[in-house]
Design a protein around this ligand. Structure first.
Ligand code: SAM
Length: 215
């Protein structure tokens, strides 16, 4: 495995130049970003761009999201220690590592077996405990539900009803909703008899493909 000697400095610059100026101020989020070696989650040909301000290809026509978007999605979830979090779209495993670094109990579903296996290996090498399943994340993970937080890292045409059912009362879900080209990053709060929705910003994600997503 290729190493990046100065990764800590690159990581520090990423936080100072890309995250803090855009409003990422939660200390636990920032310290997680400073501790996770992002370069370990990208293919070796992109290792020099691992801390750059854009998404990168990870194979299987998928991407690791831009650092700021991962940070924003993490910050809006208002995470507490030991909270049970479900991630849909493991991809490289980077978002899962950030959640694990924040001491959450992380469950992550990925539809690509190749990516799931690779992510599982890196996470294990770095000492993170994440429970990963290969499958259609639009159906959630009933066995371990309810989840206090859900993060969907692929874009959906609508909020998958199964995920809403598996979200705890008072829980939060962050999900990009829209068409296949542009979406709105949406924060959902599940309350007693209703669901509150807040639009955060425009975004571009790869599609969420599954029974309750894109066909
Ligand atoms: N969170 C990832 C990371 O930190 O690298 C980035 C995820 S990438 C933008 C979106 C991922 O969602 C892809 O790996 C894709 O295979 C996966 N995906 C798409 N539809 C899915 C589904 N129904 N269930 C699980 N994973 C899905």
């Amino acid at each position: 495995m290729e190493e990046v000697e100065d990764w800590k400095e690159r990581c520090q610059r990423m936080v100072e130049e890309q995250l803090i100026p855009r409003g990422i101020i939660n200390r636990r989020v920032i310290s997680a970003f400073l501790r996770v070696p992002r370069h370990r989650f990208v293919p070796s040909e992109f290792i020099n761009s691992a801390y750059a301000d854009y998404p990168l290809p990870i194979g299987e026509e998928q991407t690791i999201s831009q650092p700021y978007i991962v940070a924003l999605m993490t910050q809006v979830l208002d995470l507490r220690e030991r909270e049970k979090v479900l991630e849909i779209g493991t991809g490289s495993g980077y978002q899962a590592a950030i959640l694990a670094e924040m001491n959450c109990c992380v469950y992550s579903i990925e539809r690509s077996r190749v990516l799931a296996k690779r992510a599982e290996e890196v996470l294990k090498q770095l000492g993170y405990t994440v429970k990963i399943k290969v499958g259609d994340g639009t159906r959630g993970w009933k066995e371990f539900s309810p989840f206090s937080k859900i993060v969907v890292t692929a874009s959906a045409p609508y909020v998958p009803p199964s995920l809403l059912t598996q979200l705890e009362e008072g829980g939060l879900m962050v999900i990009p909703v829209g068409n296949k080209v542009v979406q709105t990053l949406t924060l959902i709060r599940k309350e007693k008899n209703r669901v509150k929705t807040e639009s955060l910003c425009g975004c571009r994600f790869v599609p969420l493909i599954g029974e309750e997503g894109w066909k």
